[in-house]
Each structure stands twice: as C-alpha cells, then as structure tokens.
Write a protein that binds this ligand. Structure first.
Ligand code: P6F
Ligand code: MG
Ligand code: MG
Ligand code: MG
Length: 378
C-alpha cells in the first residue's frame, strides 16, 4: 500500500460525508433519513460482496464438472470452499444473515439464492434501521409492514437483485431502490407506497460490475459513488451527473420486435435508418436494467422496454424499477415516458404492477413522445 499517496486521499468525499453535508442543509433534520441511507449503503456493500463470492464458487464448481453430482448441478462448489466462504460472510455480516442462508448461498443455484439472500439482507437492513414502516420488494408477494416497535416514517421499495439472469456469466447486475415518506403520522398503510413516482424523496441503484457504483438522487441532482474496496467506502466519483441532451445509443431487446406497437417500431427504425441526415445510432443491450440505464445515464441515448402484444404492460415493475430509474433520469435532465404519460405521474394500483418504459436523453424521448402523439391523432 502506498501510504504516502493515501495520506493525500483523506479529503475524499465519502458517501457518508456527502449525506451528512446534505443533512446539514436542513437544520430541523434529526438524521433519520441519513440513517436510512447508510443502511441502504450497507445492504449494497453486502450484496456486492456476496455477488463477488458467488462468482468464485461457480468457477470452482465448473472445474469439477466431470463427476455425476456436478453434472446434475454444475455449480456445486468444493465443501471446504463452502465452509470457508460461509464463515467469512458470517463473520462480517452476522447481524444481517443466518447461517442457514449462508450455506444456502454456496450450495449451488447461486442465481436464485442470490435473489433470496439479497432480499433478506435488504429487508433486515431496512427494518434494523428503525426508520422504515412499509417495504415493497420484488421478491416478496406482499408488502412488509414493519412491526410498531421498529417503525419509522419511510417506505422503501426495492429490487434487491436486478438482472439476476446475468449472474452465471458474470455480467453486471444491481440493486434498485426508491424512498417515500408515509402520508400521515403513525399509521402505515398500503396507499403510502401506491403513490406516483414524483412523490419519491430519493431513488438510486447500485451496480455490481467491473466496479461497484452507487448512483443516488435525493431530489437535487444525481451523484455517483464508486466503492473503494481497500477502504470499504463509497467515494464520490461522478458528481452532478447530467445526461447528454441527445444520445447516439438505443437499448432494447429487439428479439421482441415482431410484437411491438407502431410507435416503438417506427422509433427503432429511425435509430437504424435516420431520414434527417443524422448518423445511425448504435445498439447496446446488456439485459440488466441497472447496467443498461447506467450506461444510458452516462453516455446518453435511450433505454426502452416497451409494451408488446404478448406483454401489454411491458415487463418492468413500476414501483421498484420504473419509478426509481425515471426519478434519476429526470434529476439528470432526461425524461421518462410510458407511451401514454410522464412515468413519474403514474399512480400504481398494485405493488407489483408493470409498465412500458422509454427513458433517457431529453431529445430522444421527445421523439418517442411525438410518435405516440401522432398515432393517437391518426
Ligand atoms: O427485468 C429485468 C430483470 O429484473 P430482475 O432480475 O427480475 O430483478 C431487467 O433487469 C432487465 O432489463 C430485463 O430482464 C431484460 O429483459 P429481457 O430483455 O431479457 O426480456
Ligand atoms: Mg429487476
Ligand atoms: Mg430482481
Ligand atoms: Mg426477478
């Protein structure tokens, strides 16, 4: 370690310092929101560490593919490695996870186990913050109403592990979250989370990729933090992110093209064969919403998961995928549209409701809106 160089890094803007700075702008604040955010950050660090270790376990499992058991389950790690990883993870994260879950994680089927594990981590991190009252997770059918003794005034909606089908090939995945406040006093009701996205107080995601990046908005711009593994701290690396007004990339699963509606098909056609003299756009599609949106935010362009004949409401879930990403896009100067309205104006009726979504650079989304408006007139 270069201690001399490290000595010059002590003025780094860590996420903790950043959140406390933000808190100081509200002298009446008692720090509840900062405590909630710090528990979200801890949850992200935990999932990041589990994602990294799951990859290691799979690698070992693949190497043993020749025995019969390994054929049935090619991801079975060595027992010694399982024990080692279990004790390691329990040592670091024992307040959040039971030994049963830990063993679960390293005994094959990592993909599903990581969904379950990440969910358990986030639920526990949120409840133990003492600042939440309702939690909605992709992995839980019903909303979780926090018991009165541990209750606070915030509602958190989250997708604990987004893009989980990408785990097996080590492609970027993430966690998405959004935060609301209960409408009145001490009563927590389902209506408190069935609010339009524009009522969110904060939203963000953490991407577990070549680096671990947390992107956060508390309603005054968007900031990105990168985890420094040697410090265990998220450092502000992308201050005040602004999405380019127009982009050169479109991002969509074109395998669904035969079922698209007119405006979606026309927009993608225009991306590939522009008629106004502009260059054709490049196609980039990872298949993890977090990663596709992250690239869109930094490079510009548009991410779309439209409705199609098979899925008239699209695929992505309103509360914990569409809303947080739309909130971030707008905060970064972009737009987000459902094909009918501004995404953040949508009022969900059910916690796992889905919606088509078009989000990204302002001008690109404007083009999509014009195509839908033209179709409505015709
Ligand atoms: O819906 C997603 C997966 O979420 P999930 O892992 O269920 O939390 C998004 O991350 C992806 O954008 C999406 O899965 C990609 O969908 P396809 O193009 O494969 O339909
Ligand atoms: Mg998801
Ligand atoms: Mg998920
Ligand atoms: Mg899922």
């Amino acid at each position: 370690m270069d201690h001399e160089a490290d000595a010059f890094r002590t003025d780094l803007m860590t996420i903790t310092r950043f959140v406390l700075n933000e808190q100081s702008k509200y002298p009446e604040s008692r720090g509840d929101f900062s405590i909630l955010l710090s528990n979200i950050v801890l949850g992200c660090k935990f999932v990041c560490s589990a994602v990294n270790k799951a990859g290691l376990a799979k690698l070992i499992g693949l190497a043993g593919e020749t025995n019969v058991q390994a054929k049935n389950d090619p991801f079975q790690p060595e027992p010694a490695l399982t024990n080692y990883l279990t004790s390691l993870i329990l040592h670091i994260h024992s307040p959040f996870i039971s030994s049963h879950r830990c063993l679960f994680l390293f005994q094959g089927e990592e993909q599903k186990k990581l969904d379950v594990l990440s969910n358990e981590v986030f639920v526990k991190a949120m409840v133990s913050s003492g600042r939440t009252c309702i939690l909605v997770s992709e992995e839980d059918e019903e909303a979780i109403i926090v018991e009165p003794s541990k209750r606070g005034k915030y509602c958190v909606v989250f997708d604990p592990l987004d893009g989980s089908s990408n785990i097996d090939c080590g492609v970027s995945i993430g966690t998405i979250f959004g935060i609301y406040m209960i409408k009145d006093g001490d009563e927590a009701r389902l209506e408190d989370v069935l609010q339009p996205g524009k009522n969110m107080l904060a939203a963000g995601y953490c991407m577990y990729g070549s680096s671990c990046t947390l992107v956060l908005s508390t309603g005054s711009g968007v900031n990105g933090f990168t985890l420094d593994p040697s410090l265990g701290e998220f450092i502000l690396t992308h201050p005040d992110i602004k999405i380019p007004k127009k982009g050169k990339i479109y991002s969509v699963n074109e395998g669904n093209a035969k079922n698209w509606d007119g405006p979606t098909a026309k927009f993608v056609e225009k991306c590939k064969f522009p008629t106004d003299g502009s260059p054709a756009k490049s196609l980039r599609y990872i298949g993890s919403m977090v990663a596709d949106v992250h690239r869109t935010l930094l490079y510009g362009g548009v991410f779309l998961y439209p409705a199609d004949k098979k899925s008239p409401n699209g695929k992505l879930r309103v509360l914990y995928e569409v809303f947080p990403m739309s909130f971030l896009m707008e905060q970064a100067g972009g737009q987000s549209f459902t094909g009918k309205e501004r995404a953040l104006d949508l009022v969900p009726k059910k916690i796992h409701e889905r919606s088509p979504i078009f989000l990204g650079s302002y001008d690109d989304v404007e083009e999509i809106k014009a195509l839908y408006a033209a179709e409505e007139k015709a």
